[in-house]
Ligand binder design. Structure first.
Ligand code: PEP
Ligand code: MG
Length: 601
């Protein structure tokens, strides 16, 4: 059987499936008979409440005092667990209607939701999300469904999951994860980004994967075409094994040249840099010819831990990175937490539109202590090798940039008065990720030392496509004429003000997109380490004069599909081998996937 999704990390994986049971909670439905059974069911329910309370208590302990409002959310959930409408009602349902604990809880939750929703009090109504969160916790405990932990996997498998969060993804045991298949996600969701940087073939947006695939099934995952074959025939296995060899030998071949400079055939140099989430990736950056770190996504260091790291711990991380890469430059981005990037010490906020919510620089402004702790660590780390650049993510306009810089100046003054050294000339840049930032790029350029275009978010916000939503993934078009114009406008505004403009979204690591970016005169491209050899190879085979011509031509095309077709022809000409091995980039465009018919769970 063949299933189709979106190829989000290239390569072929062949192996046994491991289905991650998570997401849907099974609600057992039965009645309890006899006094003894009823008493036992009540005790089971009360135990589950106690456990949920202590889980919430444990999370609360890991949250530092500056997050008082988040502690409050957890306290509200604790109160809900003991609220009459949940606690007493559920016990009543068990005793009087002889329902099992899960059914009783489900019934009382439904009633509580209706009750809260009908009240004329905005605050109480806004607590429905907390009722759901608290209820889900108890439901999961009653179902005996702990979050299945990925570190229990003991053999080499293809992971099949409804969803993997970015923090799951960084906990993957690389040597045991042959491939990944998920039902949700987009090409630039952070789970896809991590799969690419770990070089694990992945297919996302595979409708019903966890229902149709069973643990132990043999799977072939083609991360380039987005095809997943369940229990393939011998002929199919032989075909994919051959493709696997072709891809690996091509990548090996070009990787041998990865240390050569990224210079076009007519002598134009482009800085080719790497995006990293964790320090451990530096080896891959070096092996693949990365010249610098164009984006350090610092939030990942904050994500997989029980509590918020202190200044000293963060400082050591940045100092190590700076020393490992010196004298090459290291661009540290301030915290971009929120939306899909969550941590256990930072509870999930119930936001209807998290991508438009309290995330990134806004979250940092909301918690100045958190932000200042990070700024202190970055500044202190900048003292030694003086190769650190700092950049602010998701800046929407000049006011926000000034506010962030003001905090930086305050921290600099504090350090100076304490006699702690830092690099006074540390460049401070801005990520251009929002249409509003593009519109005022000329103003931002006057107050920034460099720009870095984050196309993952720029595409999300300019086309209005949630980057991690599989239902609209087919509309996530990097080559949309509006996106291309935004990139060009940003480069021109930056250059007019005399500052360098780089690009660190996933477009930078996609060979098909690189000729346009070169033609737009982007100064640096920063990408996942695995893409470095392919992009450097492409640059070395290109003529800048052709790229400029191509860029002028594509700006006159009116749809992403037209641009895509034109670029495919170009790549076929410049790099026939690359095209033969990886094929056309069809997973970007085409029909709305069938997945549109299913609902998100
Ligand atoms: C981007 O948005 O393009 C970017 C590089 O940042 P992130 O993917 O971490 O949001
Ligand atoms: Mg971004």
């Amino acid at each position: 059987m063949i299933m189709n999704g979106i190829g989000s990390s290239p390569g072929i994986a062949i192996g046994k499936a491991f289905v991650v049971e998570r997401g849907r909670i099974q609600i057992a439905q039965y009645n309890v008979f006899g006094e003894e059974a009823v008493a036992a069911e009540c005790a089971r329910f009360q135990d589950a409440i106690l456990r949920a309370e202590s889980e919430l208590e444990a999370i609360k302990k890991t949250i530092r005092s500056e997050f008082r409002d988040l502690v409050h959310i957890l306290e509200v959930q604790q109160m809900i667990l003991r609220d009459r409408s949940i606690y007493d009602e559920s016990l009543d349902y068990i005793r009087k209607e002889r329902l099992n604990a899960q059914l009783a809880l489900q019934k009382s939750l439904t009633k509580a939701r209706e009750l809260f929703g009908a009240l004329n009090d905005e605050y109480v109504r806004s607590r429905i999300a907390d009722v759901d969160a608290a209820g889900e916790r108890v439901m999961r405990i009653l179902a005996g469904q702990e979050y299945s932990s990925l570190d229990t996997i003991r053999e080499r498998v293809v992971l099949v999951a409804h969803e993997l969060s970015p923090s799951d993804a960084i906990q993957l045991q690389i040597e045991r994860t042959l491939g990944i298949v998920t039902e949700v996600g987009g090409r630039t969701s952070h789970t896809s980004i991590i799969a690419r940087s770990l070089n694990i073939p992945a297919v996302i947006a595979v409708e019903n994967a966890t229902r149709l695939i069973s643990s132990g099934d043999i799977l072939v995952v083609d991360g380039t075409t987005g095809r997943v074959t369940i229990n393939p025939s011998e002929k199919e296995i032989a075909f994919y094994a051959e493709r696997q060899i072709q891809i690996e030998s091509y990548v090996k071949e070009i990787s041998r040249q990865a240390h050569l400079p990224a210079r076009t055939r007519d002598g134009y140099s482009v800085a080719v840099e790497a995006n990293v989430e964790l320090l451990e990736e530096i080896v891959a950056v070096r092996d693949n010819g990365g010249e610098a770190i164009g984006l350090y996504r610092t939030e990942f260091f904050f994500m997989n831990r029980a509590d918020m790291p202190d200044e000293e711990t963060i400082f050591r991380d940045y100092r190590d990175l700076s020393e490992l890469m010196a004298p090459s430059c290291v661009t540290i981005r301030t915290l971009d937490l929120g939306a899909e990037k969550l941590s256990s010490w930072y509870p999930r906020l119930e936001e209807v539109n998290p991508a438009l919510g309290l995330r990134s620089i806004r979250l940092c402004m909301h918690y100045p202590e958190l932000f200042k702790t990070q700024l202190r660590a970055i500044l202190r780390a900048s003292a030694a090798a003086r190769n650190i650049r700092l950049m602010f993510p998701l800046v929407s306009g000049i006011g926000e940039l000034r506010q962030a810089k003001q905090m930086l100046y305050e921290v600099r003054d504090e350090l100076a008065s304490e006699g702690i050294p830092f690099d006074e000339a540390m460049p401070v840049g801005v990520m251009i990720e929002m249409p509003s930032a593009v519109a005022v790029a000329d103003m931002l350029a006057r107050e920034a030392d460099f720009f870095s275009i984050g196309t993952n978010d720029l595409i999300q916000y300019s086309i209005g496509i949630d980057r991690s939503n599989e239902h609209v993934a087919y509309l996530f078009e990097p080559l949309h004429p509006a996106v291309l114009r935004f990139i060009k406008q940003t480069v021109d505004a930056g250059h007019k003000a005399g500052i360098p403009v780089g690009l660190c979204g996933e477009m930078a690591g996609e060979p098909l997109h690189v000729p346009i970016l070169l033609g737009f005169q982007v100064d640096s491209l920063s990408m996942n380490p695995q893409s470095l050899p392919r992009v450097k190879n492409l640059i070395r085979q290109s003529f800048m004069k052709d790229c400029r011509k191509l860029a002028r031509k594509v700006l006159r095309l009116s749809t992403a599909q037209e641009v895509n077709r034109f670029l495919e022809k170009t790549i076929k000409k410049i790099l026939p081998e690359e095209f033969r091995v990886f094929g056309p980039n069809s997973s970007y465009y085409g029909e709305a996937p069938k997945v549109l018919r299913s609902s998100r769970k």
